[in-house]
Design a protein around this ligand. Structure first.
Ligand code: SF4
Length: 227
């Protein structure tokens, strides 16, 4: 990453503008996660993969009301989990991952969720993003979980030229001091849903347009002429 100082200054200005725009986006919160207990955060985050927030919230709540510990999940069984989360995308795979993760937590980690990113990533269904969400939400770690919104918005803003989420994560960690990292995911997710939309960004309504390097900025949609 060449010329890190000006890039860092620009990125911090963007984050400050977004913090003013989304004042309720606090440290340690991420989209789709509403609990700080690591096992529950893991379950909710596995369910959130390739799902809309409304579905994630409803389905996670339903499952966690029935079973919020590894033992209760194991008792519920794969069929019981699948039945409860069947309105989520890929519910059969997610049910298998949740069950196998619960079994691994019980049998290989003594019933306690692992506390390192590397160990978390040994659990079925837990990749780098999910591990980072658990580390951030449950342990207050200074990390930036890289989901689709973070990936696309960071690329458009010119913060990274990488495509691999692990390399984007490394670039973002170089860019932001630890005390700022906890805000980055939730701010970019909110911003990505509202303004820097995945398929068609609303650059004409963007408060950070002057700080963005995206070459294909959009213009306001043409208004239909009155008949
Ligand atoms: S100018 Fe457009 S591409 Fe750049 S951050 Fe704003 S909405 Fe996204």
């Amino acid at each position: 990453m060449a010329g890190i100082a000006p890039l860092r200054a620009r990125a911090v200005r963007v984050i400050n503008i977004l913090r003013a725009l989304y004042p309720s986006a606090g440290r340690g919160e991420t989209a789709g996660s509403d609990t700080r207990r690591p096992f529950q955060v893991m379950v909710a985050t596995i369910i959130s993969q390739r799902n809309r927030d409304e579905v994630t919230e409803k389905v996670s709540d339903a499952l966690l009301r029935k079973a919020d510990t590894p033992d209760k999940i194991l008792k519920l069984g794969r069929a019981g989990i699948a039945k409860t989360i069947r309105s989520a995308n890929f519910y059969k795979t997610k049910a298998r991952h949740i069950l196998e993760a619960a079994r691994m937590v019980r049998d290989e980690f003594g019933g306690r969720m692992p506390r390192t990113r590397e160990e978390l990533m040994e659990l079925p269904g837990v990749g780098g993003k999910t591990a980072d969400i658990i580390m951030l939400v449950s342990h207050g770690a200074a990390v930036v979980p890289v989901d689709t919104h973070v990936q696309v918005v960071s690329q458009r803003l010119g913060w990274t030229t990488e495509r691999d989420p692990e390399k984007i994560r490394a670039d973002l960690h170089r860019l932001f001091e630890p005390k700022v990292r906890g805000y980055v995911n939730i701010l970019l997710v909110e911003f990505g849903k509202e303004i820097c939309r995945m398929h068609l960004p609303r650059c004409y309504a963007c408060p950070v347009e002057k700080l963005c390097q995206y070459p294909n900025k959009t213009k306001p949609p043409a208004r239909k002429a009155p008949r």
